[in-house]
Design a protein around this ligand. Structure first.
Ligand code: GLC
Length: 455
């Protein structure tokens, strides 16, 4: 399913949400995705739900009692490289079991995983020839996490995406410095930027050639140079070409918070549903051509935090996943594994609860696209084939009019149990009668079946 129905409605909705970010997607016009890439985009949009993993040697410090600062602790505590490197010598996650992880993520209903292969601290969580600063050579653990995870993913039909930080607080040639990783790191105030990009691309090439087919790359850290003269020196075109040449199906995602560049395949949003901006940096134009993905923490932390108990309820997470689907977006929900290699019990419990919901209501999420009615105070809509799913998440009255005009509705049922409900096609739209009690649920999903397909 590639084309969107009721496109004019969606366009009105999207244009209405434009804020101070750039309003043009011209960069995309110079890039023609291959058929493999387009097929992968379609797969991605059908998958809808992924798990993000922030895991690294920083996980051992568990945020140092400062929730939200986990994978940033080198920067926030200004730990020089020679001290920080000792974390690698101490990292020995003997309880890491890739298959257990994948089974846990699957139990939530997730279809793909995006894991940090190298975060801003520069430490590679895989066997890299480009740098000895990696899990196999610099830690007592000595195992290639990505190899083990990829094998488990292949076995359990899960796609694997690699997060890679363009920003690097460790490499000497990451120079000029951006807004982070300054003098405290202890690096000489000199370096050859192009050498750094060569190094980055060499690492990407390893990730592209040593782990079989991957889902794609999730870049982060571009913003470090945003206000400096090296803003456009990332050689993105070359990097994206490397990826698309070696693995045409691999999707390029870059968390730079600006209008997508040529060669990017998915537009990401961080901590906010597309169109919302609680975090302050989601002011970008929202593409109605590329797939969209929203990444979010389950508490307030990406990496493992010892003290962050601010876990969102399963209801809130499900409603966010539904809200994302209704905005034609995927949901990438994060976990920060513990330094011994286990996933936090709180997260595993939540996965189970989400998975139970997905078993019943997954039909209204997987394989769908955002529906003809944009987000409303009461909820969202999704579509698949000839079905319109009305997700009622916040509504008090039994009667709700869904403003889809001239609809040829043949049946209306509660998705939960298939029970038929009353409906009436009026000049204002489809009036549905939601049975008493259903409105207390996280999402009363009403399935409206039409005469024709939506695509
Ligand atoms: C931000 C943070 C980074 C995190 C990412 C995930 O860019 O700097 O630590 O990995 O968000 O979306």
């Amino acid at each position: 399913m590639t084309s969107l129905p009721f496109k004019w409605l969606r366009t009105v909705f999207v244009v209405g949400m434009l804020s101070c970010g750039s309003t043009s997607s011209n960069a995309q016009e110079t890039y023609t995705p291959t058929p493999e890439n387009l097929a992968a985009r379609d797969w991605f949009q059908n998958a809808k739900f992924g798990i993000f993993i922030h895991w690294g040697i920083y996980s051992q410090l568990a945020g140092g009692g400062n929730p939200g600062g986990e994978e940033w602790i080198m920067e926030t505590e200004q730990i020089p490289i020679d001290k920080y490197e000792r974390l690698a010598e101490l990292f020995n996650p003997t309880k890491f079991d890739a298959e257990e992880w994948v089974k846990g993520f699957k139990s939530a209903g997730a279809k793909y995983i995006t894991i940090t292969t190298k975060h801003h601290d520069g430490f590679a969580m895989y066997d890299s020839k480009a740098s000895d600063y990696n899990i196999v050579k610099a830690s007592p653990f000595g195992r290639d996490i990505m190899k083990e995870l990829k094998a488990a993913c292949d076995k359990h039909d899960m796609k694997l995406f690699f997060y890679y930080s363009q920003l690097d607080w460790h490499h000497p040639d990451y120079y000029p410095r951006g807004r982070t990783g300054q003098v405290y790191t202890g690096r000489p105030e000199a370096g050859d930027w192009d050498k750094y990009i060569d190094y980055q691309n060499a690492q990407l090439k390893e990730l592209l050639t040593n782990y079989g087919d991957i889902g794609g790359f999730w870049f982060d850290g571009w913003w470090d140079q945003e206000n400096g003269s090296f803003r456009d020196r990332w050689r993105l075109e070359e990097t994206y070409k490397l990826i698309h040449d070696l693995q045409p199906q691999a999707l390029v995602i870059n968390n730079h918070h600006v209008t997508p560049y040529a060669g990017e395949d998915v537009q990401p949003f961080e901590q906010d549903l597309p169109g919302e901006n609680h975090s302050g940096f989601n002011t970008t134009y929202i593409s109605d051509e590329m797939p969209i993905e929203m990444a979010q923490t389950m508490n307030g932390s990406w990496g493992f935090s010892l003290t962050d108990d601010g876990f969102k309820s399963t209801k809130e997470l499900i409603q966010t996943l539904v809200g994302a689907a209704g905005r034609n977006s995927n949901y990438l929900m994060n976990t920060g594994p513990m330094p011994d290699g286990r996933i936090q019990e709180e997260n595993l419990q939540t996965y189970k609860e989400m998975g139970e919901w997905m078993k019943i209501f997954g039909e209204s999420i997987y394989g769908t696209r955002g529906g003809p009615v944009g987000p409303r105070p009461w909820g969202v809509t999704t579509i698949k084939d000839e079905n319109l799913y009305v997700h009622v998440m916040d509504w008090q009255d039994s009667l709700l009019t869904v403003p889809v005009k001239d609809a040829s509705v043949t049946s209306a049922t509660l998705l939960r149990n298939g029970e038929k409900i009353d409906f009436d096609v009026t000049s204002n739209g489809i009036a549905i009668n939601i049975p008493e009690g259903e409105l207390d649920s996280w999402d009363a999903v009403i399935k409206l079946t039409m005469k024709q397909n939506f695509q």
